[in-house]
Design a protein around this ligand. Structure first.
Ligand SMILES: NC(=O)c1ccc[n+]([C@@H]2O[C@H](COP(=O)([O-])OP(=O)(O)OC[C@H]3O[C@@H](n4cnc5c(N)ncnc54)[C@H](O)[C@@H]3O)[C@@H](O)[C@H]2O)c1
Length: 288
């Protein structure tokens, strides 16, 4: 997500810094973003000169503090509250007062993330969707102490990136993850119960309800590890059993079959395409 967001910011005209704590990921960032720009140029979505200009605006920081002198930070580290609080607390020490901290969290409480900083009024949820360049929505999540000025800065920033916004109050899973995960988890339980195969469950929602992508493919695209983390947060925070992660989700994540990025989840993936049901999903379907 961080690469997608940084790529879009640089392409839009912002001077953009990326910092990743993993040296391997840090080395791979530029090539990965530039490859996505080249693909966009090939498809005629971006001009070659815009991609070239963006290249000069994108900088990779070796240390967090090298990237600190900015107006807006978007944190996109893994979905774990303590990690996000630690990263924002570090940023709080090195960024100037004017810097707004946006978190791309899919489900964690913005108010608790903000409490790790001395600038609770300038922390906000700015939730992008995958793939960042293609998905039109940004969900803006107001923490309890987020100021109206910060909210307007975040809304204006998201709109400047060509996105539409929805505004929601800080509550577990916000609007999108709560509804999206509810559908995804129910689809997984239906697969486990043998109601239908993975491809048929997805087709039911794509053709019957006009969803662009069915709930199991969507889970694969998001990353099953990310979905599991969200389900765990929701099941701890909401007084209901309905977000308890199904066994199949835990099993696939434990086996490293985390969806599209691993080449396998509920489906087998070749690049951007789901080419067949994954072996475990096919096995469950056979039990019907
Ligand atoms: N995957 C999705 O579809 C999706 C969609 C919307 C929001 N999100 C949210 O975006 C965030 C990131 O998700 P992702 O799927 O990109 O995760 P990811 O695991 O693919 O990427 C996280 C990156 O953060 C880096 N990182 C780890 N610790 C760090 C630290 N201390 N400082 C700097 N970098 C660090 C990792 O090296 C990795 O490159 C999560 O909060 C997730 O819930 C994900």
């Amino acid at each position: 997500m961080g690469r997608g967001i940084a790529g879009l910011c640089a392409l839009t005209g912002y001077d953009t810094w990326v910092f990743d704590a993993d040296p391997g990921a840090q080395r791979a960032v530029r090539a990965s973003i530039e490859t996505s720009w080249s693909r966009a140029v090939e498809k005629g979505k971006v001009t070659a000169s815009a991609a070239d200009a963006a290249r000069h605006r994108l900088r990779i920081a070796e240390r967090l503090r090298d990237a600190a002198n900015v107006d807006f930070v978007i944190e996109a580290v893994p979905e774990a509250l303590d990690l996000k609080r630690m990263v924002l607390s570090e940023l709080d020490d090195v960024c100037p007062d004017r810097t707004v901290f946006g978190s791309n969290t899919s489900s964690l409480p913005i108010t608790r993330i903000a409490h790790a900083t001395g600038r609770r009024d300038r922390v906000i949820g700015i939730h992008f969707f995958n793939p960042v360049a293609a998905m039109p929505l940004v969900e803006i999540v107001r923490g309890r102490e987020t100021s109206p000025e910060t909210e307007e800065r975040a809304v204006a920033f998201a709109r400047s990136l060509g996105k539409e916004v929805v505004r929601v109050a800080d509550s577990p899973g916000f609007a999108t993850s709560r509804l999206g995960v509810a559908l995804g988890l129910e689809a997984m339980r239906m697969l486990e119960e043998g109601v239908a195969g993975a491809a048929d469950i997805d087709r039911a929602m794509e053709l019957g309800y006009g969803h662009r992508m069915g709930p199991l493919k969507t889970s694969d695209v998001v990353g099953l590890d990310v979905r599991l983390a969200i389900a765990e947060t929701l099941s701890a925070e909401l007084p209901s059993e309905r977000f308890a992660p199904p066994g199949i989700l835990r099993e696939l994540v434990a086996g490293g079959r985390t969806g599209k990025k691993a080449g396998e989840g509920f489906f087998r993936w070749e690049g951007e395409k789901a080419v067949a049901e994954g072996p475990r999903a096919a096995e469950l379907a056979k039990k019907r």
